[in-house]
Ligand binder design. Structure first.
Ligand code: DQA
Length: 151
């Protein structure tokens, strides 16, 4: 079975409580449960992890690569906007990474419009809430199957 790693960065453990007008009322656990259901239907197994620490996220990216996961769905949180170390980790591994944001980062404060991690990811999904993670699963599956993704 294909294995996908789902990695959520800083403050995403607070989903449901954190700025619910931006990120919604549902928790990280709700997000992962829904995604597990979607993955099962697609014949994929997911492992998920959340961390508030930059180095920890980097270690997990390396681990996903070493343990031969087929791809990573990564919400780097605010690290998106300035972590060159996470960018280098994505660039340094062999497996595809989809960058995901619950909110539409392009419709918010100007600092959120820049992503240092998107250029080394296979694509960015932003603004579709939890459904974006489902979209990312489908996108990774297509990439793994070797089908062309519009570039
Ligand atoms: C976020 C967007 C980031 O700008 C923010 O710092 C987050 C969450 C999102 O999912 O919309 O923590 O990645």
């Amino acid at each position: 079975m294909k294995k996908i790693y789902v990695l959520n960065g800083p403050n995403l453990n607070l989903l449901g409580k954190r700025e619910p007008h931006v990120y919604g009322q549902a928790s990280l656990q709700d997000l992962i449960q829904g995604l597990e259901k979607c993955a099962k239907e697609l014949g994929i197994v997911i492992s998920s992890y959340q961390s508030n620490h930059e180095g920890d996220i980097i270690d997990r990216l390396h681990e996903a690569n070493e343990k031969k996961y087929e791809g990573v769905i990564l919400n780097p949180g605010a690290f998106t906007h300035y972590s060159y170390a996470i960018r280098d980790a994505i660039a340094g591994i062999d497996i595809p990474v989809v960058e995901i944001h619950l909110s539409n980062v392009h419709a918010r404060e100007s600092f959120r419009r820049e992503s240092v991690t998107a250029p080394v990811s296979i694509g960015q999904i932003s603004g579709f809430g939890f459904y974006g993670y489902h979209m990312a699963l489908h996108a990774l599956l297509e990439r793994i199957k070797g089908e062309q993704i519009h570039e």
